[in-house]
Design a protein around this ligand. Structure first.
Ligand SMILES: [Zn+2]
Length: 166
């Protein structure tokens, strides 16, 4: 960075200094946005019948590289009883409200394939069983114990393609 122009350095410093102020979460799905609905929710080309549930907004970027064209729902974490994270700490009520809207017909549970991610997926599947939507889980094209956010798009695409109803 010592070789950078002053203007580029100042621009980066300004972006970092105002990061929390400028980057918000989408009121609908929880994705990052600079205000109002995120680019995914606001797009008229997205398939509103599918919602892909992820743990963190930062994981959406890699799903976007797979060609997935539905919507998202960011939980803001996963169930972790040992760390004191229960259902009330996650955006689960917001998810139920979206399902109650009646437009969605498939809920894709894409939490990480590790112990807490699986427990969170199972909890959501049970909770949403009466919502009148097909509930699917991404297939394990991803190594057990890995973080979904670090998977390459090809592996993630296979996992999405091979998802199964639970
Ligand atoms: Zn959104």
């Amino acid at each position: 960075m010592l070789s950078w122009k002053d203007s580029d350095l100042n621009s980066l410093a300004d972006d970092l200094a105002h990061l929390h102020e400028r980057v918000k979460n989408c009121p609908q799905c929880g994705n990052y946005t600079e205000g109002g609905e995120c680019v995914v929710c606001a797009s008229p080309r997205r398939d509103r019948r599918q919602i892909c549930v992820v743990e963190q907004a930062s994981q959406i970027a890699v799903f976007e590289q797979t060609g997935y064209n539905g919507l998202y729902h960011v939980l803001g974490g996963r169930l972790s009883p040992l760390s004191g994270v229960g259902p009330e700490a996650l955006r689960i009520q917001e998810l139920r409200e979206r399902l109650a809207g009646g437009e969605v017909n498939e809920l894709i549970l894409a939490t990480s394939p590790d112990v807490e991610g699986e427990a969170t997926a199972n909890y959501l599947a049970e909770l949403c069983r009466d919502a009148g939507v097909t509930i699917t889980r991404i297939a394990s094209g991803i190594p057990a114990g890995a973080d979904v956010g670090y998977a390459d798009p090809a592996t993630l695409s296979r996992a999405l393609g091979g998802r199964q109803k639970i």
